[in-house]
Design a protein around this ligand. Sequence first.
Ligand SMILES: Cc1cc2nc3c(=O)[nH]c(=O)nc-3n(C[C@H](O)[C@H](O)[C@H](O)COP(=O)(O)OP(=O)(O)OC[C@H]3O[C@@H](n4cnc5c(N)ncnc54)[C@H](O)[C@@H]3O)c2cc1C
Ligand code: FES
Length: 508
Amino acid sequence: MAVSTSKSVWQDTATTTAFSPLTRPVTVDVAIAGGGITGLTAALLLKRAGLSVAVVEALTIAGGVTAYTTAHISEVPDVGYKTLRSTFGESDARLAADARRAAIERIAQFVSEAQIDCQFERVTGYLYAESDDDSMLESEAQAARGLGVDATFSTAVPLPFPVRAGVVFPNQAQFNAVSYLQALASLVDGDGSYVFERSRVLDVTGSSPYQITTEQGTVTARNVILATHTPIHDIANMQDLYLLTTKLTPYRSYVVAAQLRSPVPTGQFWDTMEPYHYTRNYTNAQQNWLIVGGEDHKTGEDVDALERYQRLEDYVRQRYEVESIDYRWSAQWYEPIDGLPFIGKSLAHDHLYVATGFSGNGISFGTIAGMLLSDQILGRENPWGKLYDPGRIKPLASAQQFVSQNLQVAAHFVGDRFQTDVETLDEIPRGEGRRIKLENEQLAVYRDDVGELHAVSAVCTHAGCIVNWNNAEKSWDCPCHGGRFSCTGNVLNGPPMNPLDAKTVDRP
Ligand SMILES: Cc1cc2nc3c(=O)[nH]c(=O)nc-3n(C[C@H](O)[C@H](O)[C@H](O)COP(=O)(O)OP(=O)(O)OC[C@H]3O[C@@H](n4cnc5c(N)ncnc54)[C@H](O)[C@@H]3O)c2cc1C
Ligand code: FES
């Protein structure tokens, strides 16, 4: 098959149901912006508890980052249990481990109760090192065990290339994330609750009740969950949410799905390289794929994204007997300053809830967010609330990271104003975008495949940083808080709510 560069293997192999756009006023108990794993988990739990919900999704169900995940449902956070324990202390680190275990079981329960056909399977996970990293692995296994996680140091890691040693985590899980979310959405829609697709939230006004406005309709609700991966917000009215974005660093990550000539190893594998690689198998009725991710870098950095795919493909070809690369995709994740996500009530807005900063672990953290936020809205005690509180302060652990991240944002804000990629419009090749200064204005100009120019302001509509061209995704990416825009300036991801300002340029 020809390599697909627009769809993930999940999107291509899942059966999908279409939901209508929001075209009228609707009143419910809880409005949820975003139909990813966070929004739909919360929606289903709230509906089951007797509340009415409306999920309002800008694209299609599971069309955000969840469609581009690799869907390891794992107990093991990216930050590692040793670091988690030293940052948060033993009892909170144990709580974090309990929550991740509970998320796996929550998903397993949804799957078995509703008989969801999403290739859910229990597998073993391996954190492994190709070279001499034994002491790090041994101490990681010990830290995990100390927090109640089943973890064993071993030199037997079932990969078809030399591996020095690993930590074995039994009883992890994996699935097709899009099939899973499609099923959740079908369970949410109906009986006074709603799922709307192709309905971007353009504004959130009022205060319990809130009005959330889309192009053609509104939802009025006492509670709002911003389950948009990172909270969308208008800086003027929601400065507390802006503060939250300053505690996150956005990264891009790259994935390929390959068919092999040799057996595909079963399980999940995470190496100790920097940036690390993450690997799993995916088997459906038709095929058996090896899915490998990695080559992460900060969003909006001046990197050649196509070269990142090539490096990832080289890594795979050096270690496996590749028959074909069938899919490749990339997406964004957010690193929180202290290693754990921010989930809970917004600081300044009553009954407005947020969930963000999931690192590369948002299948479990998104499920945890759905469980925690639904409990908070229902007024139920949940032991995880304080740990994930968006207003928490972990000075020692996070101050350095906070300062470094925000110095970089400041450097982009000031320094990028002088950045241009070309001097003249005719230097922009077809199918590419470049930044250019024209009449003292910094523009982001894309030349489409037939030669037509599409010009927008290069100033990000979130907080004014300068966007950068992403040659793999054909998008304009902002290095400050991960705002991303299509080649013609429409919002794709991140905190911005408004498109880049349209401009006109004379054809060269
Ligand atoms: C390449 C990659 C691999 C990953 N692999 C793993 C993994 O193996 N295991 C793991 O646990 N995690 C993994 N992650 C992380 C995980 O996939 C994400 O953290 C998780 O899917 C996020 O879910 P979400 O529901 O918060 O966000 P999303 O899935 O992005 O959902 C948010 C939704 O909100 C919608 N939205 C945005 N703005 C608006 C608006 N204004 N109005 C209405 N809707 C809006 C979006 O369209 C989107 O559908 C990976 C991430 C990446 C990038
Ligand atoms: S300035 Fe914040 S995302 Fe661009």
